[in-house]
Write a new protein. Sequence first.
Length: 221
Amino acid sequence: MLAEKWQKKMQEATDFLSLVDKDLALVIQKEKNCRLQIKEKQEPYFALLEAIAGQQLHAKAVTAILNRLKSLNNGYLPDAKQLLTYSDIELRACGFSFRKVASLKQLAMTTIEGRVPSYHHAQTMSDQALVDLLIQLPGVGIWTVEMVLIFTLGRLDIMPVHDFGIREGWKICKQLSERPKTKELKEKTASWSPYRSAGAWFLWRAVDQQKPKEKQNPLTL
């Protein structure tokens, strides 16, 4: 039932965005519909773990690193207590940088201490409250939290203006010579509310539409 409701929301978002932005409508026309997918009821701890792993890396590299981490735990991502049992050497062998190892261990500790909300608690919090809370964690910035808001919690009105792909997508969509500044992009996409998350997905797709299929981002397919 949740999947049906989500698909209905994505259709509403697609119809709305097609009307409010004629340039984005051309991107939408190529895609037909919004295929933004969320991970149903994924705990924020796991979402943050994956997001930290994915910082500044290609999707294939991230998958390989996470698979190595899963191999330490019978094919599953380790929970917070289990992650703390691994040495820095073991985590480094998975492919995590020194900085990411430190960030992951801090994430695990703060989760055990109850400072990372559960999925159900997070759903009672506003977007800004979650940003304010989670960016206090080492290695977790606004972009990381925004990815959790979109892909884990299914928040509909998030525009990750610091994301390189989003800014590049705007440049392509609007046929500009350079990418917009973050403040400008935030202002320009205000009219896309309350469906800016879907708008962000279409901006990512605008970039992917320029690439050979094998190089496209699997998160946006």
